[in-house]
Design a protein around this ligand. Structure first.
Ligand code: SF4
Ligand code: FES
Length: 262
């Protein structure tokens, strides 16, 4: 089929078969439900395709599919779907809100599931509760700074290589794809990124020990699993967070234990 795109050009449209996890509530049983959707254009985002499905479901008087999104620009970490078995879908370095339908073909079947991890209970359909990440952050993912005006940047020089490494770690958007893809539902890449970001900077030095101990312990309390050593987390991370962050987390935690940190 051909439709007119927003720029006035003729656009190919696709008809897709969707299999979507439907679950009315946290403790209710869920199941895969099949839908067919037409009129999908290559320049739609994956979430826009779901918007079109939901408009059709509402028109038919059916319950729309619940899924999370906010910025739809790949920066907030709110969206997250397992698409054909891969967290955030087939494109490396891409959040699901930035995935476009041009990567699919007419007639494709797409299976869409929520993040599956004990620490991320399902709220409804494709929405999960990721507040476990917030509690891990509250256990040490911050620095304590005195009130008052911002200090002169030149008073605290940071070598460029360290600043860039800390910035790479800070790119984590807290989406949870690393947990979703790990067969043990481990949160090591996320926690490693947060610990690495602050522990490399002079502003984060004072709380290095309590941060590593607090965040790793909270990660265990929340029910995340052990690292599988398979690197699936790095493979699906949309922000390129590297496994070296996990190595740094282990070093920080060990250091805290050796110096008798809290
Ligand atoms: S480490 Fe990557 S996959 Fe995990 S929460 Fe951060 S951005 Fe998402
Ligand atoms: S909706 Fe913000 S990163 Fe996808």
């Amino acid at each position: 089929m051909v439709a007119t795109s927003p720029n006035g050009h003729a656009a190919r449209t696709m008809r897709l078969k969707l299999r979507i996890w439907r679950q009315p509530g946290r403790d209710a049983p869920g199941k895969m439900v099949s839908y067919e959707i037409g009129g999908v254009t290559p320049d739609m985002s994956f979430l826009e395709m779901l918007d079109v499905l939901n408009e059709e479901l509402i028109r038919r008087g059916e319950e729309p599919v619940a899924f999370d999104s906010d910025c739809r620009e790949g920066i907030c970490g709110n969206c997250g779907l397992v698409i054909n078995g891969r967290a955030h879908g087939p494109n490396p370095g891409t959040t699901v809100c930035q995935l476009h339908m041009r990567f699919y073909r007419d007639g494709d079947q797409i299976t869409i599931e929520p993040w599956r991890a004990r620490a991320f209970p399902i709220v409804k359909d494709l929405c999960v509760d990721r507040s476990a990440f917030d509690r891990v952050i509250a256990a040490g993912g911050y620095i304590s700074a005195g009130v008052g005006g911002a200090p002169d940047g030149n008073s605290l020089p940071v070598p460029r290589a360290i600043a860039e490494s800390a910035m790479d770690s800070a790119a984590c958007i807290q989406c949870g794809a690393c947990v979703a893809q790990c067969k043990n539902a481990a949160a090591h890449l996320f926690v490693g990124a947060k610990i690495s970001h602050l522990s490399q900077l002079p502003q984060g030095a004072a709380e290095r020990a309590s941060r590593a101990t607090g965040m790793v312990n909270q990660m265990d309390i929340e029910g995340f699993g052990s690292c599988s050593n398979e690197g699936e987390c790095q493979a699906v991370c949309p922000k390129g967070i590297r496994l070296s962050n996990i190595a740094r987390m282990v070093r920080e935690y060990t250091r805290a234990a050796l110096i008798g940190g809290p």
